[in-house]
Design a protein around this ligand. Structure first.
Ligand code: PGA
Length: 257
C-alpha cells in the first residue's frame, strides 16, 4: 500500500510572518494523520525558520547538484539536508521554462534553463544526501494536441532516471503536472490523469512499480482533490495556488485520507 503524499508548492509567494502563520494554522488543522504524508515547499528564505517550527514536512522548490563551490546563487543538497529539509522539488515545469500561464517576456524564457540532464544530476544529488526528491514531468498543450503526451513524458522520465539503480530510487516521488493545467484553473480529467500516471508507472523499473508514489499536480483544489486522489495510480498531489491558504490546503490534504 502506497502512503499518499500531498505537498504544497508555494512558489514565489508570501512574506515571512504569513509563511510562519500558514504553517502553524495548517498543522493545527491537520496534525499528524497516519494515512497521509504532507508538507510545504516555501521560498528558500523561510526554510530554516519553518523547519524549526517542527510541525509539517518542509521541502525546497529546487536544489543544485554540487555540494559546494563557486556556484553563485545556488543551494546544495548538503546544505538543505543539514538544515533539516525533507523534500526537494526537481524539474518543475516553471524551471524548465514551460509555463501554464506566461507572466514573463518570452525573450527571458532562457533564464529558466532546467533540462532532463540537470534534473538527472539533481536527482542523483538528492538521493545521495537523503532528501526525498519530487521529480516533475508533464506535457504542454501543444504537445498534448499533437498526440505527444506519452512520448514527451516517457522521455522526461528516462532522462531523469538515467544511471540510477533500482535500490537508489526507492524514495523517489514523481509529480505528473500537465503544463496547461498549472495555475490555469483547468484541471486534467481525473481518468486521464490516472491513465498518464499509470503510463508513468509502467516506465519505472519493475521492482519499484508498486511502491513509487506518483502525484498529480495542476489546479488541484478542495473541490476536485478527492476525485483525483481516489484514482488507482494517483498517490496524492503537488499543489500550488490552493496550498497558500491553510484552510484550503488542509482540505486538500484531508482529501487524501
Ligand atoms: P497550481 O500549481 O496548483 O497552482 O496549478 C501546481 C504546481 O505548479 O505544482
Amino acid at each position: 500500500m502506497r502512503k499518499k503524499i500531498v505537498i504544497g508548492n508555494w512558489k514565489m509567494n508570501k512574506m515571512r510572518s504569513d509563511a510562519i502563520e500558514t504553517v502553524k494554522e495548517l498543522y493545527a488543522a491537520v496534525g499528524d494523520p497516519s494515512e497521509v504524508e504532507y508538507g510545504v515547499c516555501p521560498p528558500f528564505l523561510y526554510l530554516s525558520e519553518l523547519v524549526r517550527e517542527n510541525t509539517v514536512g518542509i521541502g525546497a522548490q529546487d536544489v543544485f547538484w554540487k555540494d559546494s563551490g563557486a556556484f553563485t546563487g545556488f543551494t546544495s543538497p548538503a546544505m538543505l539536508k543539514d538544515l533539516g529539509v525533507k523534500y526537494a522539488i526537481i524539474g518543475h515545469s516553471e524551471r524548465r521554462g514551460r509555463f501554464g500561464k506566461l507572466e514573463v517576456p518570452e525573450s527571458t524564457i532562457g533564464s529558466f534553463a532546467e533540462t532532463d540532464e540537470t534534473v538527472n544530476l539533481k536527482l542523483k544529488a538528492c538521493l545521495a544526501h537523503g532528501l526525498i526528491p519530487i521529480v516533475c514531468v508533464g506535457e504542454t498543450l501543444a504537445e498534448r494536441e499533437a498526440g505527444k503526451t506519452d512520448s514527451v513524458i516517457g522521455g522526461q522520465i528516462s532522462g531523469a532516471l538515467a544511471g540510477l539503480s533500482d535500490a537508489e530510487l526507492d524514495t523517489l516521488v514523481i509529480a505528473y503536472e500537465p503544463v496547461w493545467a498549472i495555475g490555469t484553473g483547468k484541471v486534467c480529467d481525473a481518468a486521464e490523469a490516472n491513465r498518464v500516471c499509470a503510463m508513468i508507472r509502467s516506465c519505472l523499473p519493475a521492482s519499484l512499480r508498486g511502491s513509487i508514489r506518483i502525484q498529480y499536480g495542476g489546479s488541484v483544489n478542495p473541490a476536485n482533490a478527492r476525485e483525483l486522489f481516489s484514482q488507482s495510480d494517483i498517490d496524492g498531489g503537488l499543489v500550488g495556488g490552493a496550498s497558500l491558504k491553510a484552510s484550503d490546503f488542509a482540505e486538500v490534504v484531508r482529501a487524501a485520507i
